[in-house]
Design a binder for this molecule. Structure first.
Ligand code: PEP
Length: 234
């Protein structure tokens, strides 16, 4: 059984999200799938569907607050309206493009942990660190656990090397195995791989030792591809 998550990032409209969810719903009802499935649409589309069957809708981001004066952000007062209880934290685009610091990320983690949210927590190294070898890579990754309670029961980890995200360059099986084995030897939580996972390679990646599933951006945005990914990993 694999855990499969789709991250829409800043893609899809309300209409296309509603069609996507409907098709995934229909597929999961028919297929009797045993996978654990998550979809992270944009926050503007959270009311475009009613009940989802056998999978979970989460948010890609929210602020560590219930409400208040945080222009451009959403908090749990808004998430509660959609019964959202699942959040992505530490995604590389938030760390490296939006400039979230480890301190801010840890504060957000603590806030959502205390509310019992399921958290998919992302870690991963940039190319210049990968090029310095596995020891430096692991050192960099362990820094991303500073302030993070890794014993939290509702935690799923996602190893996403920055150089593989959205680039079409998937990490090699050996790269994935080395990092996953090292993380798993310290933290016994489900651990997903993310970074240019595709319809064609998802099965093989999910079969690597200590890979519990995949967090997928680009290759999950067409619903027929996402459904094929679910088929390939059931
Ligand atoms: C992601 O956004 O988490 C991701 C892994 O993206 P992609 O699959 O496009 O590399």
């Amino acid at each position: 059984m694999a855990i499969i998550a789709s991250n829409f990032k800043t893609n899809h409209t309300r209409k296309s999200t509603s069609l996507f969810v409907k098709e995934v719903n229909d597929y999961l009802k028919k297929s009797g799938i045993t996978n654990e499935v998550y979809v992270f649409p944009t926050s503007t589309s959270l009311d475009t569907f009613e009940t989802v069957f056998n999978f979970t809708i989460g948010v890609q981001n929210a602020y560590a607050t219930a409400s208040g004066s945080f222009t451009g952000e959403i908090g749990t007062s808004q998430l509660d309206e959609f019964e959202i209880k699942t959040i992505l934290i530490g995604h590389s685009e938030r760390r490296h493009i939006l400039g979230e610091s480890q301190e801010e990320i840890a504060r957000k983690y603590e806030f959502y942990k205390n509310l019992g949210y399921k958290i998919i927590y992302c870690i991963g190294e940039p190319l210049e660190v990968k090029n310095q070898g596995i020891e430096k890579t692991l050192e960099y990754i362990y820094e991303q656990f500073v302030g993070i309670d890794t014993n939290y029961e509702n935690l799923i980890l996602a190893y996403e090397p920055v150089w593989a995200i959205g680039t079409g360059v998937t990490a090699t099986n050996d790269d994935i195995k080395n990092v996953h084995n090292a993380i798993k030897s310290k933290i016994s939580k489900p651990l997903l791989y993310g970074g240019s996972v595709k319809v064609e390679n998802v099965r093989e990646i999910c079969q690597i030792q200590n890979v519990d599933g995949a967090l997928i951006g680009t290759a999950s945005w067409k619903v027929e591809d996402f459904i094929q990914i679910l088929e390939n990993t059931k």
